[in-house]
Design a protein around this ligand. Structure first.
Ligand code: URP
Ligand code: ZN
Ligand code: ZN
Ligand code: ZN
Length: 467
């Protein structure tokens, strides 16, 4: 028995089109689209009919950068795969790509197995993995080939965090050379961590211990320098490069220049860099700790360059870098020493709404919203067209979005397992109404109807953005 749903009368928005169409879903996939009101659409029949009149019908969000349960600074990110994927669904995201971690002295396989064990049976929406490579050696390089073959096709390296995740230039070059051969994509945390650690030590010696100094020592120039270095190392290796959580306008300029030279380099930014700033880091008391992440929030003037980059395609993706730590007991670990504040912000639930607000504010078009939040992340990380679009054959990961509803973001109403909202009190226009994951309602008219274990592991092909 096939299960069918039809979504009637909405405006279907994808990265390429806006059409008033009815959408037929069969057995968890998009079966057909037909212009609303035509005989072809009238012939769609289904047990379940969703009226989307006056609403947008959009692909479920693809958040290509999350850290559920990430160990960091002696604690763990506060969202589990269960709570974090439920919150993602509430926010209209139907796929996450989380980062499995290789710890120094361990294999990639051990790290990946650990992350599978954390996620399996717990997710409300589909998930995939990137691999953080912290220990580049002969064995690791061989393992990268195997991981690409089994659907883990991207690898994050860190130019920051010496002694933890850090790789030196030689290790980075080796991993890039390997990825040039096996089709993997290197994702770079581009900050000069060695220089930053010197500035941290000097700031603390001067008694500068408040959260705002986190932003001062992690200088924009040290992001730009590392971005430049990563680009040139990738060029030497003949490998594509994806720079994560770009926040500095000088780093965007490096990406733009490299792209103008014809290099396959790509950039991701995050809502926190588009909507928050060093003003938040400087909030009185210890409030600024809520906004400590790396790369850090920048002065407001950087935001215009990020929006421009998103419009001109010098930046291609907006992910959340969701890495929540509670204020009480977690962010508080850094009272009296900003360098001990666990790095990361909550946001997996807020991304689709904040980017819709960017449409309302005129920063980006509706189709660009879907492109940077759904289609391009799916393409970049080998999930397209299964994910990221509404087209026959695609998974029926579909959001009915009310573009007129008003909401106020708050810890009182969000579903992330964290005791504050980075956007407390922010008014946005637009709200998720219903979310289908492979045709099954996860959010139904603002009621959670999903379940842990519905979400399945989704192996990926290599980057499709290059072809
Ligand atoms: O502050 C951040 N971004 N925490 C998560 C780890 C990372 O570097 O992405
Ligand atoms: Zn990072
Ligand atoms: Zn991250
Ligand atoms: Zn289910």
């Amino acid at each position: 028995m096939s299960s069918r749903t039809v979504i009637r009368g909405g405006l279907v928005v994808t990265a390429s089109d806006e059409i008033h169409a009815d959408v037929l879903i069969e057995d968890g996939r998009i079966a057909a689209l037909a212009a609303s009101g035509t005989p072809a659409a009238g012939a769609f029949s289904a047990a379940r009919v969703i009226d989307a009149t006056g609403k947008y019908v959009i692909p479920g969000g693809v958040d290509a950068h999350t850290h559920m349960e990430l160990p960091f600074g002696g604690t763990f990110a506060s969202d589990t795969f269960e709570t974090g994927t439920r919150a993602a669904a509430w926010g209209g995201t139907t796929t996450i790509v989380d980062f499995a971690v290789q710890s120094v002295g361990h294999t990639l396989r051990e790290g990946l197995d650990t992350w599978h064990a954390k996620a399996e049976g717990n997710c409300a929406i589909d998930y995939a993995f990137h691999m953080i490579v912290s220990d580049v050696n002969e064995e690791t390089l061989k393992e990268m080939d195997l991981l690409v073959e089994e659907g883990v096709t991207s690898f994050k390296q860190f130019m920051a965090y010496p002694g933890v995740f850090y790789s030196d230039d030689g290790q980075i070059l080796r991993a890039m050379q390997r990825s040039a051969g096996n089709g993997g994509l290197i994702m770079m945390h581009a900050e000069n961590g060695i220089a930053i650690d010197v500035l941290v030590e000097q700031a603390l010696a001067r008694g500068e211990s408040d959260p705002r100094y986190h932003g001062e020592v992690r200088k924009a120039l040290l992001e730009a320098e590392a971005t430049h270095r990563a680009i040139r190392l990738a060029q030497v290796a003949g490998a594509p490069l994806y720079v994560v959580h770009v926040s500095a306008m000088e780093a965007v300029a490096e990406l733009a220049r490299a792209r103008d030279e014809g290099l396959n380099v790509f950039g991701e930014t995050c809502p926190q860099y588009l909507f928050l700033s060093t003003d938040n880091l400087a909030e009185p008391g210890f409030e600024g700790a809520k906004y400590v992440c790396s790369t850090p929030l920048r002065p407001k003037e950087h935001q215009a360059r990020l929006w421009q980059g998103l419009r001109t395609n010098d930046l291609q993706v907006v992910s959340t870098d969701h890495c929540p730590f509670c204020f009480t007991g977690q962010k508080e670990l850094g009272r009296g020493d900003f360098s001990r504040i666990p790095n990361g912000l909550p946001g997996v639930e807020n991304r689709m709404d904040l980017l819709h607000q960017a449409v309302v504010d005129g920063h980006i078009s509706r189709r660009r919203w879907i492109e940077i939040a759904c289609a391009t992340p799916a393409r970049m990380f080998g999930l397209y067209p299964k994910k990221g679009t509404i087209a026959p054959g695609a998974d029926a990961d579909v959001v009915i979005y009310d573009p007129h509803a008003e909401q106020v973001m708050s810890v009182q109403s969000h579903h992330m397992n964290v005791d504050y909202s980075a956007y407390e009190g922010k008014r946005v226009t637009g709200r998720v109404e219903t979310v289908l994951s492979r045709g099954e309602p996860v959010i139904d008219q603002r009621e959670y109807t999903g379940h842990a274990g519905h979400g399945v592991y989704t192996p990926r092909s290599t980057c499709q953005y290059l072809t």
